[in-house]
Design a protein around this ligand. Structure first.
Ligand SMILES: NC(=O)CC[C@H](N)C(=O)O
Length: 467
């Protein structure tokens, strides 16, 4: 493995290099730490780096490997963790500068699972304040740079902004984030990565700062679909500490990849929903559909039972209502310094009363049932991930939510979805499509996404200037 390949290696490639003895975990960790030192002052992905602990863990993992013991599929690889997860003994901010950080007294189950599978946690990554936003902006803690443009500060997408930037810039092998209305898929899409929104309850949320508990999910950001499946195999599973934890698929998703996808029925974006989608995104999307047809998949177009706009509104209100329920008392303290955009979104929840909230939940149940019925006869939906590619920070309109358009409805309808690279814009910014499936259809969407990734060149792309 060359040096650039070490930094940008997939988990799969890294495991091969570690197994052959061409690479040690200590060398891998050192390489990522060096790159964090070199690039993070500009890119601003990490809020905290655990250099000494990571090196010590890597040393131990190398020794275990030499003795013939492997903890799991992540043995010796590096991961970054969104600063929304507790890690015992570490400060946690949730992307908020309003109060001094508290020190976590427990470790989130997801982080525990990564460690048990052999992962080395490099550090915590920046997030939108309490994860309530899709641009990736944070006026009090700073906004990470999208690594695909080193000249102009472009949005990374959010809210798992730092997690995406860390992986995309070759500063970690993989990362975890949370997706309540697109927050894993949006930054994965804007930064050229694979990002998975898991079915609610599939991955434990114990030890996670919540935003909207009926919609919050945990998911990986990776360089490849196979890595994503590997991370899912590690993360998924029932957890008595998460009350909504549900049964995971019993077989390995990673081992199921590579099936022939001929005949898979793909629901494509209805014409009515193409409005306001960037022309370059649509061109890449149509090319992606051609590639799927070339793989023998069957494209079907049908109207959505409810418009994406309808889902956006319900999901947005639920996020504000549930966010206000537990964050309201904090955000009402006007003497504290919040990101004003997040404060506005949270305080919208103050005026949503119990009757309206219950009505929203009912509308959600109706929309879920209608979507499942409408999916009869199709296996997956393939839609764009983001309506636009990454724009300069100076052009952001915080009142507009183009990045939530294709994000939120998936959470509202309790589906699962994986975002996969699908092209580059004329400015060289990544474009992405998402494969959406029924609840717990992760094996199906990842198989379809894997076939697409293998048939197209986009998964290989690395930000120029960073290699
Ligand atoms: N945490 C999230 O997923 C929220 C971000 C999302 N784009 C929204 O505001 O709808």
């Amino acid at each position: 493995m060359s040096v650039a390949n070490v930094a940008f290696g997939s988990i799969e490639q890294t495991q091969r290099a570690l197994a052959s003895g061409a690479l040690t975990s200590v060398a891998l960790v050192q390489e990522h730490l060096d790159r964090i030192t070199r690039w993070d002052p500009q890119l601003h992905a990490f809020i905290d780096v655990y250099a000494d602990e990571a090196l010590a863990a890597a040393e131990g993992l190398d020794r275990l490997r030499q003795a013939g013991t492997l903890l799991g599929p992540l043995h010796g690889v590096t991961v970054a963790v969104k600063d929304l997860f507790d890690i015992q003994g570490k400060p946690i901010t949730g992307g908020s500068a309003a109060l001094p950080p508290r020190t976590s007294t427990l470790t989130a189950s997801a982080v525990q699972r990564l460690r048990s599978a052999g992962a080395v946690v490099l550090g915590k990554t920046h997030t939108v304040e309490f994860a309530f936003g899709g641009w990736g902006t944070n006026t009090t803690m700073g906004t990470p740079w999208n690594p695909w443009d080193l000249q102009t500060h472009r949005v990374p997408g959010g809210s798992s902004s730092g997690s995406a930037v860390a992986v995309a810039a070759g500063m970690a092998c993989a990362a975890i984030g949370t997706d309540t209305g697109g927050s894993v898929r949006i930054p994965a899409g804007l930064c050229g990565l694979v990002g998975l929104k898991t079915t609610h309850g599939l991955v434990s949320r114990h030890g996670l700062l919540e935003l909207c508990p009926t919609h919050d999910t945990v998911g990986p950001l990776t360089r490849s679909v196979r890595d994503c499946a590997t991370m899912l195999d590690v993360l998924a599973g029932p957890d008595p500490l998460d009350p909504v934890s549900r049964l995971a698929p019993t077989r390995s998703v990673a081992q199921g990849l590579g099936k022939d996808m001929k005949g898979l029925r793909v629901w494509t974006l209805p014409w009515a929903e193409r409005e306001d989608v960037d022309a370059e995104v649509l061109r890449a999307y149509d090319r992606a559909l051609d590639a799927l047809a070339g793989l023998g998949m069957l494209l079907v177009e049908r109207p959505l039972p409810h418009s994406l706009e309808h889902s956006m509104r319900i999901a947005g209100s639920l996020m504000s209502a549930e966010g206000y329920a537990h964050l309201g008392p904090l955000f009402e303290r006007r003497e504290l310094q919040f990101d004003p955009n997040i404060q506005r979104r949270i305080l919208l929840g103050r005026d949503i009363g119990a009757a309206q909230y219950i009505h929203l939940l009912r509308q959600r149940e109706q929309a879920k049932a209608a979507m499942l019925e409408a999916m009869d006869g199709v296996d997956v939906c393939v839609f764009p991930t983001n309506a636009i590619s990454a724009i300069p920070l100076t052009e952001v309109d915080e009142l507009a939510t183009p990045l939530s358009r294709f994000g939120r409805f998936v959470n509202l309808l309790d589906l699962c979805s994986v975002a996969v690279p699908a092209g580059l814009s004329s400015a060289g910014m990544p474009i992405s499509v998402q494969f959406i499936g029924r609840p717990f259809a992760e094996p199906t969407i990842l198989c379809a996404a894997f076939a697409f990734e293998q048939a197209t060149p986009w998964g290989q792309a690395v930000p120029p200037g960073l290699a």
